[in-house]
Design a protein around this ligand. Structure first.
Ligand SMILES: Nc1nc2c([nH]c(=O)n2[C@H]2C[C@H](O)[C@@H](COP(=O)(O)OP(=O)(O)OP(=O)(O)O)O2)c(=O)[nH]1
Ligand SMILES: [Mg+2]
Length: 140
């Protein structure tokens, strides 16, 4: 069962597996559909952790479903707890250092590679700012 959205301290939060897929100095992003929560913003691909799944298993499943790639090597990068007005999320963020297949938007979403040095020009969900900062310090 997926944790449901609710407000306030101690309330259930949404556990989200997030993949920072890197290749050379670039990172892969997907555009969230306008009808989604935080729609119209660029995201790191991923999605909700389901049931008893590990975060890495959830990430593998989501990257397969959304991009048709298979993770070959990944390591934990950071966690971010963020309270949106509508819901609280725990982003479990992994660096995906190797993968097989060529990513494509399997759910009709726009996907693109961006130079890490250009990430500051894009609009991300509010929770993501620390990820962008970390990547810029790691890759420059
Ligand atoms: N994937 C992803 N989600 C993010 C990022 N930043 C951020 O705040 N989120 C939030 C937005 C959503 O509230 C939540 C992800 O939930 P979601 O509903 O899109 O997950 P999902 O892919 O399982 O979607 P679905 O199958 O239910 O459509 O995490 C990010 O960089 N990537
Ligand atoms: Mg998703």
């Amino acid at each position: 069962m997926t944790a449901v959205a609710a407000k306030g301290p101690g309330a259930p939060f949404l556990h989200v597996a997030v993949g920072v897929v890197v290749r050379q100095q670039q990172v892969l992003l997907s555009l969230r559909a306008s009808h989604q929560h935080q729609g119209g913003k660029w995201e790191f691909p991923g999605g909700k952790v389901e049931g008893a799944e590990t975060v890495l298993a959830a990430l593998g499943r989501e990257l397969q479903e959304e991009l048709a790639i298979r993770i070959e090597q990944a390591s934990p990068l950071m966690q971010i707890r963020h309270q949106y007005p509508e819901r609280e999320v725990l982003l479990d963020i992994w660096l995906v250092e190797a993968f097989s297949g060529e990513p494509k938007g399997m759910e009709g979403q726009q996907v693109a590679w961006f130079d890490i040095s250009q990430l500051h020009t894009l609009v991300f969900p509010d929770a993501n700012q620390p990820i962008v900062a970390r990547l810029q310090s790691l890759f420059t």
